[in-house]
Design a protein around this ligand. Structure first.
Ligand code: FRU
Length: 483
């Protein structure tokens, strides 16, 4: 194992950069059998600055290889964006089938005497790779889209019939602007969507993709903004509707709808070019702009979620987006496996081994009080995940998870209301040193948080408070390191 990946808090099966700062995934694309993942990266330090596109590749979305920075900053920083294959060379810049185009926000800024960054403009720019996505050259005619705004970012591009489409966030207006182009260089605005759902914080990182359910195709618009708990926390929301190449309209459903109820699942975007029609693969930054800067790691900071398959599912006569981790993760990484078809728990039951890098799954009927599992626990600290009957809610409690004092916003309790009326609750939880990803009832609820346990906290304990709960189909698997 590489010594770089042994640091305290380093996730062992989630991607993180060898050194320095990472935030949003960018330009996720499957190309010639390889999954490329670019990401917001500071090549010069472990705090947010000097944004460039870091790069890693994988054959299977499980094992990753980090590469050199793919898009270097110029006098502008390179903010978030997406990539696409310009198969027909519409841009005139891709002269072979290895041509990958990246559309990103070029961030024009200056520093004041105290080194604080002051925005001048955010515009959309193009870079082209002619070596399958490993190195990129900036297009000489950049920027290709400039509306003289400092809140105009995170382009998503894709080809729809004969035209290219670009979505860009008008961040402080809580709107997404839609543009159309024939050559990726000249863009005209065709519509706007917004001022619906959660508008409590700037809208960022829009994505748009079709998903099939039965015979029906819906278009899903996801973006990063707002949080059910408000208060400087950030989450992702989604909208279900139609897209005609120019305009996105939502179905008549309730909004806001949050994708994940944790505090550390943000800026997620989906893989371009995967051929499936009924699901997309999303990855997201496991972080939060309010406090990730203070998280207690030193040489590196930031990590990426597991690949998350998103599908449409009808629950209570309405469509919802549900998520699950791609099966390949457990298939490739499972080491020791403990299973038990029934454990009646009154108070506590310790799983007969300890781990900080594992997966736990179980099913319970709704308890009369509250029940669930404690993970990453020692004698005095733990992260608690479970169901509270009184509130009809799933929760994750990280208020006493270890080091919570580095930022006053960090200690928190996440809650999510169940959508289905099901009497049985199925929990699937991925724990990885400082990451916890929770999926309940086949991903109808998702909660993702970072945690920073103080010591070698590694006990796994089922609990049932003041009642007996039958834990069925219990399965705990230790997962090996990808490093
Ligand atoms: C989201 C975000 C984007 C921006 C990038 C800068 O986390 O704020 O809107 O492009 O980060 O790193």
């Amino acid at each position: 194992m590489n010594t770089f990946y042994k640091e305290k808090y380093r996730p062992q099966y989630h991607y993180s950069p060898r050194i320095n700062w990472l935030n949003d995934p960018n330009g996720l694309i499957w190309h010639n059998g390889i999954f490329h993942m670019y990401y917001q990266y500071n090549p010069l330090g472990s705090q947010w600055d000097n944004m460039s596109w870091g790069h890693a590749t994988s054959n299977d979305l499980v094992f990753w290889k980090e590469h050199d920075v793919a898009i270097h900053m110029t006098k502008h920083m390179i903010f978030s964006g997406t990539t696409a294959i310009d198969v027909d060379n519409d841009s005139g810049l891709c002269h072979n089938e290895k041509g990958v185009v990246a559309m990103y926000t070029s961030f024009e800024y200056e520093r004041d005497k105290d080194d604080n960054i002051k925005a001048i403009a955010q515009h959309q720019s193009l870079a082209v790779s002619t070596d399958d996505g490993y190195t990129y050259k900036h297009y000489k005619g950049n920027p290709v889209l400039d509306i003289m705004s400092t809140e105009f970012r995170d382009p998503k591009i894709f080809k729809y019939q004969d035209n290219w489409v670009m979505l860009v966030s008008l961040a402080d207006q809580h709107k997404i602007a839609f543009y159309q182009s024939e050559d990726l260089k000249n863009w005209k605005e065709v519509s706007q969507f917004g001022n619906i759902g959660d508008t409590n914080s700037v809208w960022e990182c829009p994505d748009l993709f079709p998903l099939q359910i039965g015979e029906t195709t819906k278009w899903i618009l996801t973006l990063s903004a707002g949080h059910p708990q408000g208060n400087g926390y950030y989450a992702m929301q989604y909208f279900i509707g139609q897209f005609d190449g120019k305009r996105f309209t939502t179905d008549d459903l309730y909004y806001p709808r949050y994708l994940d109820f944790g505090k550390d699942f943000y800026a997620g975007i989906t893989y371009a070019n995967t051929k499936s029609e009924d699901y997309v693969i999303m990855m997201a930054w496991l972080g939060c702009h309010s406090y990730t800067k203070d998280t207690p790691t030193t040489t590196w900071r930031g990590a990426m979620s597991l690949p998350r398959e998103l599908r449409l599912k009808e629950i209570n006569n309405q469509l919802h987006l549900v998520g699950q981790v791609s099966d390949v993760v457990l298939d490739k990484l499972t080491e020791v496996c403990y299973t038990n078809s029934l454990i009646n728990v009154q108070d506590k039951f310790d799983i007969p081994f300890e781990s900080r890098s594992f997966y736990v799954e179980f099913e319970i009927s709704k308890p009369s009080t509250f029940a669930g599992v404690e993970v990453l626990s020692d004698d005095s600290h733990k992260t608690i995940i479970g169901y509270i009957s009184e509130k009809h809610e799933v929760f994750m409690d990280r208020t006493n998870s270890g080091n919570v004092s580095f930022n006053p916003q960090f200690p928190s309790m996440e809650t999510a209301p169940l959508i289905s009326a099901s009497e049985t609750l199925n929990f699937k939880i991925y724990v990885d040193h400082s990451v916890v990803e929770v999926f309940v009832n086949n991903g109808e609820i998702m909660i993702t948080d970072r945690v920073f346990p103080l010591k070698e906290a590694s006990k796994i304990t089922l609990f049932s408070n003041e009642c007996t709960t039958a834990f069925r189909k219990v399965s705990v698997r230790t997962l090996k390191s990808i490093w």
